[in-house]
Every structure is written in structure tokens, then in C-alpha cells.
Ligand binder design. Structure first.
Ligand SMILES: Cc1cc2nc3c(=O)[nH]c(=O)nc-3n(C[C@H](O)[C@H](O)[C@H](O)COP(=O)(O)OP(=O)(O)OC[C@H]3O[C@@H](n4cnc5c(N)ncnc54)[C@H](O)[C@@H]3O)c2cc1C
Length: 406
């Protein structure tokens, strides 16, 4: 009876990295990777707009692990074994140097995800790792000596098993793992943009504000950074970070909540008021629309004035105190009703999955079933956008693969 040393279920970033590490570091020989579709590494291919945002240029591991709304402690342990610098070295030593962009995202120098795919495929070939595509694992039976897997009606056996089947938007997608006794955190979407009800800023579509602060009413959620006005509402890093950190809370609110945007987060309301009062004197005869703060684009300023019922031609000297108060409010706590969400660039990231309490973070091995490992998005881990989700796939795949040596 043939028994594989290792079977990996799921041909994504985590599965590939786990299989390669098991061969390189744990010297396992008979390795099979099973993928249900005909496209291994499909997400790697389309990620980062076809460029693959491999990791993030951030080397303080505590700071790196703080970028994961779920799984921070777990990541901290994984990153010590395989962190972003290891990712850079790993790909570079195999002929795929990475480069970083101003915002810290790291891509292959070729700017093409195929470079990453070719590199991983080459490692599979070098290590003679088998791939079985169009094959879905529907059942796992752990026996005393090996695991017996049901794959398209066929039975396959292995001594070690790595599960890297990725996220799933519905809890039922994890039923086959619940059956094995694993506790599942209900999945909900993470990383999405906000739809504004009765979008009054639609004329500002495409406008980007470099530094604004978003607060979500009734929560402690608050993020500062670039915001982009889209034809349906708001996007940009500050919004995406709110959606990731607030994934569960916002799902509970059924994506219906109010946000307040501070368009000049470095100034207090008093400082804004003081500046406006000064304009009433020094620019008394000029139209309000003509004088804007640094940091507020002219089109946004016009919108804020309109929202404060200030006519385009009104002179600074003629602004009533009531309207000035409205303007202070519009600049520092611009209120929007959010109703619904939109997936960010088809980047479906879910939070939820196999609970981290089920595994040992030092090895990624199940606490219940020896020799069964988990890595990647199948676990209840997710990072903010910027390469953090792939880093988790590499780190957890590496730790699982390496631990198979013990
Ligand atoms: C469009 C898009 C862009 C993204 N861009 C980035 C980015 O630039 N940077 C970043 O860090 N993250 C990005 N992400 C997130 C990142 O792609 C994922 O976090 C990462 O791919 C997860 O890897 P994984 O191996 O855990 O799971 P996956 O890549 O989802 O792989 C799981 C594999 O398992 C297979 N499978 C599932 N069930 C079974 C079964 N029962 N039997 C056999 N096979 C099965 C699936 O078909 C799939 O191929 C992006 C995601 C998307 C969708």
C-alpha cells in the first residue's frame, strides 16, 4: 500500500510554500499537492493587479504583526521563524529579487506575478513534488498510522497532512473540517469599501485626500490616512483599514452606520475656527470659495462650503457665526450615512476559519490530531492590505513545513 510522506490540500501560496519547505527543510520525499481547480496559485496570479504584492517593507516584527486585525499573537511567533526579510531572501536567492514602493508594498522587480509562480513551480520540479489538479478532498479519516483521504472517490494515504484550502465566505464551506472536530470562527468579509447612502459627493468622484481621519459612530474604530472618493462612496487605505479592523462589528451592524470624516486631522476644531476667524478679517473682501486650507483640494472645499450653506460668491466678512460653525463641523466631522459595502478590487479576503486555539503557533500543528497541520487563510487570520496576507501564507506554510521534521 502506497503512503505519501505528505499530502497538501490546496494549491495556493500557503500550500506551495508548505510543500516546498517540507521537502527542503524537513527532507520529506513523497509529497503530493491536491488542488480542486485546474489553476494552482490562481490568487497569486491576479493579486496586486497582476504584480503580486508579496510582502511589506517593514522589519520590526512587533509592528508587522500589529497589522493583523485577527491573529496578531500567532503572527508574532510565526514571523520569528520566517519574517518579511526571509521572504525577500528566499525569492532573491532563487532569482526573483523584490522591490519596494513608497508605501511599503513589495513586488517582484519584474512587476509580474508570473515571476513568483514560475519560481514556486520550479521548486516543485526540483523537489519532484507531485500535483493533482481537478481533485477535491471531501473526507479525511485519521487512523493510527496514517490519514486516509477521499479524493474524487479515490482513497489516498499520507503520514502527514497539511490543510491550506484558503478562506470561504460561508461557514458551511468549513463543514468538512468541523466534522473532524475543529472549531470554526464564522467567516465574514474583511477589506471592503463603504457605500454612501444618497451620495452627495458623487461629483467629486476620483478625488483623493492624502490625510483624513474616519471615525465610525458607536464604535472605537478610527483610522487616519488617504481617502478616495468613488462613484459609490469612499475607498482608500484609511477606509480599507477601518473595514479590516471592524470586519466583525460592521457585519453585526449589517453595514449600516454613520461615519465622520475629519478633513484636516492635524488641526483641532478650535484651531480650524481660529483660522476661519482670521480669514474674516484678513480676506474680508474675498470670496470664501477662493481661499482654501493646505490639504483640502479646491473641489472638496467647494463641497464643504455648499454643505455649510455658504454661497459661492459670499465674502469672508459676510459669513455669519452660524455658517462658520457649520463650516467648522463640515471640516472636522463631516457626517455620512453608510449603507452597504463593495468588495475592494475583487480582493475577497475573509476573516474567520479554523480557530487559532486549535493549533500550536510554534508548529502550526493541530493540538487535537498529531501530524495534521494548517497554514494560510483557512485559519482565522487576516491582515490589512499591503502584502500582509501573503506574508502570513509564506510564514505559516514555512513553519508547518519545517515543523514536519520533528
Ligand atoms: C484578487 C485578490 C488580490 C489579492 N491581492 C493580494 C496582495 O496583493 N497581497 C496580499 O498580501 N494578499 C492579497 N490577496 C489575499 C491573498 O491572495 C490571500 O491571502 C492568499 O492567497 C491566501 O493563500 P492561501 O494559500 O491560504 O489560500 P488560497 O490562495 O485561497 O488557496 C487555497 C487553494 O485551495 C483550493 N481548495 C479549496 N478547497 C479545496 C479542497 N477541498 N480540495 C482541494 N483543493 C481545495 C482552492 O481552489 C485554492 O486554490 C488578494 C486576494 C485576492 C482575491
Amino acid at each position: 500500500m502506497f503512503v505519501y510522506d505528505l499530502i497538501v490540500i490546496g494549491g495556493g501560496a500557503a500550500g506551495f510554500f508548505g510543500a516546498i519547505t517540507a521537502a527542503n527543510e524537513a527532507q520529506l520525499e513523497k509529497i503530493l499537492l491536491i488542488e480542486k481547480t485546474g489553476n494552482c496559485l490562481a490568487k497569486v496570479k491576479i493579486s496586486g493587479g497582476g504584480r503580486c504584492n508579496v510582502t511589506h517593507h517593514l522589519f520590526d516584527l512587533k509592528n508587522f504583526s500589529a497589522q493583523y486585525p485577527r491573529g496578531k499573537q500567532h503572527l508574532f511567533k510565526l514571523l520569528f521563524q520566517f519574517g518579511p526579510q526571509d521572504t525577500i531572501n528566499w525569492f532573491e536567492s532563487r532569482g526573483v529579487p523584490l522591490k519596494n514602493e513608497a508605501d511599503g508594498r513589495m513586488f517582484p522587480q519584474t512587476d509580474q506575478s508570473i515571476s513568483i509562480i514560475n519560481c514556486l513551480m520550479q521548486e516543485f520540479e526540483n523537489n519532484k513534488i507531485e500535483i493533482k489538479q481537478h481533485a477535491t478532498v471531501t473526507d479525511i479519516l485519521p487512523t493510527e498510522k496514517y490519514f486516509e483521504l477521499t479524493v474524487n472517490e479515490e482513497k489516498l494515504r499520507c503520514k502527514k497532512l497539511l490543510i491550506t484550502t484558503g478562506g470561504h465566505p460561508k461557514k458551511e464551506g468549513f463543514d468538512w473540517l468541523s466534522k473532524l472536530g475543529f472549531a470554526i470562527e464564522t467567516p465574514v468579509p474583511s477589506l471592503f469599501t463603504f457605500n454612501v447612502k444618497n451620495h452627495s459627493m458623487v461629483s467629486l468622484m476620483g478625488l483623493s485626500v492624502e490625510n483624513a481621519r474616519v471615525r465610525i459612530d458607536g464604535t472605537k474604530l478610527e483610522e487616519t490616512g488617504p481617502i478616495l472618493i468613488t462613484h459609490w462612496g469612499f475607498s482608500g487605505p484609511a477606509i480599507l483599514r477601518c473595514s479590516a479592523w471592524g470586519a466583525r462589528k460592521l457585519a453585526e451592524m449589517n453595514y449600516h452606520f454613520n461615519i465622520r470624516v475629519h478633513w484636516l486631522p492635524d488641526l483641532t476644531q478650535d484651531e480650524i475656527r481660529e483660522w476661519l476667524e482670521k480669514q474674516r478679517i484678513s480676506n474680508a473682501k474675498r470670496a470664501v470659495h477662493s481661499r482654501v486650507f493646505d490639504g483640502i483640494p479646491a473641489r472638496l472645499w467647494e463641497h464643504l462650503c455648499n454643505k455649510s450653506q455658504i454661497d459661492a460668491n459670499l465674502k469672508w466678512a459676510d459669513i455669519s457665526s452660524k455658517k462658520l460653525n457649520l463650516l467648522v463641523e463640515a471640516i472636522s466631522a463631516d457626517l455620512f450615512e453608510i449603507q452597504g459595502k463593495t468588495t475592494f478590487k475583487e480582493e475577497f479576503v475573509t476573516c474567520g476559519g479554523v480557530k487559532l486555539s486549535e493549533i500550536d503557533s510554534n508548529t502550526c500543528m493541530s493540538k487535537k490530531i498529531p501530524n495534521l497541520y494548517f497554514a494560510g487563510e483557512v485559519l482565522d487570520v487576516d491582515g490589512i492590505t499591503g502584502g500582509f496576507n501573503f506574508q502570513h501564507a509564506w510564514s505559516s506554510g514555512f513553519v508547518a513545513g519545517k515543523s514536519m521534521k520533528k
